[in-house]
Design a binder for this molecule. Sequence first.
Ligand SMILES: [Zn+2]
Length: 449
Amino acid sequence: MGSGISCNPQHERSSPTSQPDGGRVVKIIHFNDVYNIEARDQEPVGGAARFVQKISDILAEEEMLVIFSGDAFNPSPMSTMFKGVQMVPVLNACNIAAAVYGNHDFDFGLDDLMELKSSCNFPWLMTNVIDKETDRPLGDGMEYLVLQYKDIKVGVLGLVESGWMETLSTIEMSEIEYQDYVEAADHYGSILKEEHGVDLVVALTHMRWNNDRRLAACAKHVDLILGGHDHNYGVEQVNNRTIIKSGTDFRELSKVTLVIDSENKVKTVVEKVIITSEIPENENIQLHVADYQEKVGAQMDKIIGEFGVPLETRFSEVRTEETNMGNFITDVMRVALRADVAILNSGTMRSDCIFPPGKFRMRDLSAILPIMDELLLLECTGSQLLKALENGVSKYPELEGRFPQLSGVQFQFEPKREPGNRILQDSVYVLAEPLDLQRVGFKLLSRGV
Ligand SMILES: [Zn+2]
């Protein structure tokens, strides 16, 4: 994982209780970023039912603190329909001791999140973001938490980065007060150590690796970082502190053993557990998943609108010209995020057919857009916008997915000209104004990853 430090405790398997100095031990199960409760076909199959069974098997053997590092309520096809409600019984069956919010947990807005939170049987943390309206941590999270593991007190923080806060579509930056996560860790870490006398401080984080590394390098009181947001499994040591990211989607978890020696130094041993089809399914959760799979089927028949004209989504059309369905989707995108221009690569539209006029069902929408994508709002210059459009028409007339469906912008192009130079410059208009190449600050909406 990038600029990692050489020491990699992932491969250590020594039994911490056999340490010569007989250090005190805390054991933790960690996971993060879970979206689909169904298992998938290929290994590791994951799935909530096997995951829950694995956790209960581990807990039946030994006491461990279960820690979750955020992102559970969205996105997934089920979450689109049930707004994350299907996830709550699964999380509640995991015996979670503490969780930090992830960016996607805010996708349906604060009111929905408060409902979900109130059905959870464990606390959510948010140490470094304040909701100005309530003067409380965002999402009514806890600033910090003290967990007891046998005779050891474990202080827990929940830290997030500014990057994803700025992109939350349901929350404005002006409504929140963000504190740098290192400052917050120092502030609350010293409260935990001095006022609560904790033996250890564990930071739950939902941020990118570079920020977790900075936290490990700079924060004074953090002994372990259990991260989310990145979905690749990884363990790193920075500044003698271990950072762990435990994969995604109920496919992996980490068993973490912390040994506090007589000088209060902390040693971390990590074991990666992979959720394969060999692990049996928990019966209750398996029934719960099957129940929701059935509900998805019923939901697909739901009528969500009516169209008076045939809707064009054939590859031969959407990959060579604007179509009414492409216009409809990009208009919705542009208005929803208040962009000047929306660009959708036509490859996103997967249905390859004409929908007849009449009732439009959920099944039709998910045939057109089966992939759960995030939208990306970018600020760009006029010339960057022109380059993006040039890229979109560079392969014409091949049926390339890059051909754009557009809202807010119009142009003409000459396919005989060289790729990259096909658009007739005076033909480009943004919201009925001729394109100014020098202009900065166009709000461009595109498909994210
Ligand atoms: Zn995330």
